[in-house]
Design a protein around this ligand. Structure first.
Ligand code: ADP
Length: 534
């Protein structure tokens, strides 16, 4: 069989321009030429057809074509051509809107070049193309609208939204970062997009290796990436903690490979972290405090039973007529009994403290005559006053002042203050109880001329078990008395204040609701005492 060589016939050649036109129109592009000297456009059938006109509907002159261009776009198109004509650009290119036959605007891209020059700077013949860029413009417009919507939303998000892409070679870059980047890292979104390392440089060095490992793991398993780490934003006083949460997605990269995109959110969690830590510490402290309270409560109960037995038998020994004791023995047995009483009081205080801490101590406020109360307490402490060779001054018994308080608990308060005024006094010193009224309050003051309290000790005066350096001293005590006293006073809606001068003496003032005030009835509801601060 003879092989025939294909051959172009003259008909094929003549059809070539039409074929070219068809191909170009199919691709959304047309070609044109312009005789600049005669102002005559040539071959624009397809161009005008692209806008929906018949060939004779548009004058074939540049001026005629210009009437189709949107007035806002004309100057820019003209300027682009002029730059080329002046030799500043090898060819020109401009985008403009042109009015179609249906009255709608279409986006066109015009590209052109002077093909023949009449003289330098004077074009003779210009050729070029026109491309319908409507679909691209619509896509761009939609993308821009989406970007605008996203940034408007992102402004209200208190952190940074971002998209981070890693290409097939493992090179990463931010393709989007919201405005939050500025507040978080002191970097603008544009800076982050231009240089992802700008962020890496702010991350604490000792965190980088771990972050790299977990990010890799997220990439390999396509699993969410969640990390908390420290960054040092420029100008920040110290490190800030940030939490990043991102989900990776694998997409074709358009080059036959794949790329990974993390969609993520970064937020500053410095304050939240501090709060969480403080909460955890507070919970641990509260648990420890509960355990301590429970322990103290149990121990106090357990101690009371054998102690009562010791004191009971000491009394039996002292008073048994069948086996009378010698004077020396009686004195020693009395010492056992006194020490037991002291211990019992301490245990009682401890139990009260634990009851307050666990919220189990209730108050029954009544109108309490204060002068009478002071007299009762003084009677109880008379032996100690005598022993310490002190002078005790009390308010006149006819004082009408009353407080709204729980009588038993108020007695405990005054006994504590008086015992301290006696204990921490000096031989021949004085103790004075005074009453006064101020506004809706009554003030019960206990003043002594004792050793006083150093100013630096005052802030810790009411701390449980704090004896302010008396631990090694010869004056017995546990450091519970004042803590309990303040709790009780506050539980009766009062407060306690102190003035003291070292070597001169102290004055404790208990402010309480005035019993004479309206509503301070005898039978008020029991109130709960607040918990001890730990
Ligand atoms: P305690 O007397 O059992 O040690 P308190 O809680 O009653 O415990 O008092 C705490 C500390 O406050 C005492 O150890 C003492 O150092 C100091 N203090 C209390 N009252 C006086 C006072 N009137 N004068 C001087 N120091 C006092």
């Amino acid at each position: 069989m003879r092989r025939m060589r294909p051959r172009l016939v003259s008909d094929d050649l003549s059809a070539l321009p039409d074929l070219l036109d068809e191909v170009l129109v199919g691709a959304g592009t047309t070609v044109w030429s312009w005789d600049a000297v005669e102002d005559r456009l040539g071959g624009i059938n397809c161009s005008v057809a692209m806008l929906g006109y018949a060939p004779d509907e548009v004058p074939w002159t540049q001026a005629g074509w210009d009437t189709l261009i949107h007035p806002d776009d004309r100057a820019a198109a003209e300027a682009a051509f002029e730059r080329h004509r002046r030799g500043e650009a090898e060819r020109y290119e401009c985008e403009y809107r042109a009015r179609g036959a249906d009255g709608q605007w279409r986006w066109l891209l015009e590209r052109g070049q002077v093909a023949t020059w009449q003289s330098p700077g004077v074009a003779r013949r210009v050729v070029g193309t026109l491309t319908d860029i409507g679909p691209r413009k619509r896509a761009e417009h939609q993308a821009q609208a989406l970007r605008d919507r996203l940034s408007q939303l992102a402004v209200h998000v208190p952190g940074m939204l971002y998209q981070y892409v890693e290409d097939a070679l493992g090179n990463g870059r931010f393709v989007y970062a919201s405005e939050g980047a500025q507040a978080l890292f002191g970097l603008s979104p544009a800076q982050l997009v231009a240089d992802p390392a700008a962020l890496t440089r702010l991350i604490a060095r000792d965190e980088l290796a771990r972050l790299a490992v977990t990010l890799r793991r997220s990439a390999q398993g396509l699993t969410p990436w969640r990390e908390t780490f420290r960054v040092f934003p420029p100008g920040a006083a110290g490190p800030r903690w940030v939490l990043v949460e991102a989900t990776p997605r694998r997409d074709p990269d358009g080059l036959g490979g794949h790329e990974l995109t993390w969609h993520g959110y970064v937020q500053d969690v410095t304050e939240r972290r501090a709060l969480d830590l403080a909460r955890a510490e507070a919970a641990a402290a509260a648990a420890a405090s509960r355990a301590k309270t429970e322990f103290l409560s149990r121990v106090s109960h357990e101690l009371r039973t054998p102690l009562n037995a010791v004191m009971g038998f000491a009394q039996l020994l002292e008073h048994d007529p069948r086996e009378p004791l010698s004077e020396g023995q009686r004195r020693r047995v009395r010492l056992i009994h006194d020490a037991g009483e002291h211990l019992l009081r301490m245990i009682g205080d401890l139990l009260d403290l634990t009851r307050i801490e666990s919220g189990h101590l209730t108050m029954e406020p009544q109108r309490v005559p204060l002068a009478m109360l002071a007299r009762d307490c003084a009677d109880m402490l008379a032996p100690a006053v005598d022993e310490a060779r002190l002078a005790l001054a009390l308010p006149a018994l006819d004082s009408p002042l009353t407080a709204r308080a729980d009588p038993g608990r108020l007695k405990q308060v005054l006994l504590n203050l008086l015992s301290n005024a006696i204990k921490y006094n000096r031989p021949g010193g004085q103790v004075e109880v005074t009453l006064s009224e101020a506004g809706g309050e009554v003030v019960l003051a206990v003043r002594d001329t004792g050793i006083g309290i150093r100013p630096e000790h005052l802030p810790r005066l009411f701390e449980p078990f704090n004896r302010l350096g008396q631990r090694s001293g010869r004056i017995p005590g546990t450091g519970i008395g004042l803590a309990l006293t303040r709790m009780l006073v506050e539980g009766m809606d009062g407060r306690i204040a102190v003035d003291s001068v070292p070597e001169q003496g102290s004055c404790f003032r208990v402010h309480l609701p005035n019993g004479a005030a309206a509503g301070a009835g005898d039978a008020a509801a029991p109130v709960q005492v607040p918990n001890l601060p730990t």
